[in-house]
Design a binder for this molecule. Structure first.
Ligand code: ADE
Ligand code: ZN
Length: 333
């Protein structure tokens, strides 16, 4: 089976990584000190009681992003850490509504992030395209306003080294209390040939509801990829539907364990792969969970007993390229 070095050098894409949640722990300490704000608790490796303490922590992390230099440092370090895990391509998701006011609004913040991504790519050879996401705990009108700004920035042609800077429109935060249906119009406004729908779904949901939100996102939002989606495994008919349509699931095993979705040893990942559903392996929020892309591949090998072939399939950049909508990575590879 793949040894440490082999697993590290396996060329990877990381498709599910929250930019703010991928900040280095030391960087959070330093930014909090610089801005005179209280440092949120170090939660790495700890089990969260439910989504609410996680959400509070996430909001507090975003509050330490205040200056252009903070965003530049964050983007560069995220690219450096991706490179250390063997990633060539990453798609960081932005909880931009939580801090854009500090930078003159959403459009101005996106332009800063595109510049930071160009510099990071030159320094690390790791290329990226962003997913801009609405926070589902905020009013639906906020999501729709964000969607219009995404559409405007994308049609303006602004990007990263001539590629589109935004690849997807997402939906973050507490799925159990905020189902996707009211956000359909926001997805309709934001999505196009260049911007794919990438909602978080099938992560947590009211008892028995996890599969239902995945089905809604596939059938009504036309998602060809789902952030998490692991609760779809509870519904055999849906699993067959996902396999038939080749909907790709971004699976985050450590995140699922620490948010109480399912332990790594019982991850639905192997079941979904066996049923023919394409999946990728991802770290979600390294800052909050203590996860890393390479660490997730190791846990899948050691604890979930995945074969080399299964691991390579989950890392396979071809899978990403074949997602026909994904213009960014095709221009890079
Ligand atoms: N925001 C950051 N990480 C998240 C997750 N795993 N689920 C929903 N929203 C998030
Ligand atoms: Zn996530």
């Amino acid at each position: 089976s793949m040894d440490g070095r082999c697993l590290a050098s396996l060329p990877k894409a990381e498709l599910h990584l929250h930019l703010e949640g991928a900040m280095r722990a030391e960087t959070l300490t330093e930014l909090c000190r610089k801005h005179g704000v209280k440092r949120p608790m170090d939660t790495r490796g700890q089990r969260f009681a439910d989504f609410s303490p996680f959400a509070s922590c996430y909001i507090a992390v975003c509050e330490c992003l205040r200056e252009k230099a903070d965003l530049e440092r964050l983007v560069l370090e995220v690219a450096e850490d991706a490179s250390a895990s063997g990633a060539l391509w990453i798609e960081p998701a932005l909880s931009i509504d939580l801090y854009a006011d500090q930078f003159g609004g959403v459009e101005a913040t996106l332009h800063l992030l595109f510049q930071a991504a160009e510099a990071a790519e030159e320094a690390t050879q790791v290329a990226m395209g962003f997913i801009v996401a609405a926070e589902r705990h905020l009013p639906v009108a906020r999501a729709e306003a964000l969607a219009k700004k995404v559409r405007d920035v994308v049609t303006s042609g602004a990007g990263i080294h001539g590629r589109p800077g935004i690849l997807g429109f997402g939906l973050h935060s507490d799925e159990a209390n905020h189902p996707p249906e009211p956000f359909a119009e926001a997805f309709h406004l934001a999505c196009s040939d260049l911007v794919v729908p990438l909602p978080h779904a099938g992560e947590f949901a009211p008892t028995g509801g996890g599969a239902k939100s995945v089905r809604f996102c596939v059938d009504h939002l036309k998602a060809v990829r789902i952030a998490h989606g692991v609760l779809a495994a509870e519904d055999q008919e849906l699993v067959e539907h996902l396999a038939k349509l080749q909907v790709c699931l971004d699976v985050c095993p450590t995140s699922n364990e620490l948010l109480g979705v399912m332990p790594v040893t019982e991850s639905a990942l192997t079941k979904l792969l066996a049923a023919g559903v394409p999946c990728t392996i991802n770290s979600d929020d390294p800052l909050l969970f203590g996860s890393s892309l390479l660490g997730e591949f190791r846990r899948c090998r050691d604890e979930l007993k995945m074969s080399d072939e299964q691991l390579a399939a989950c890392a396979d950049l071809i899978q990403v390229i074949e997602e026909k909508e994904n213009i960014g990575v095709r221009q890079v590879l």
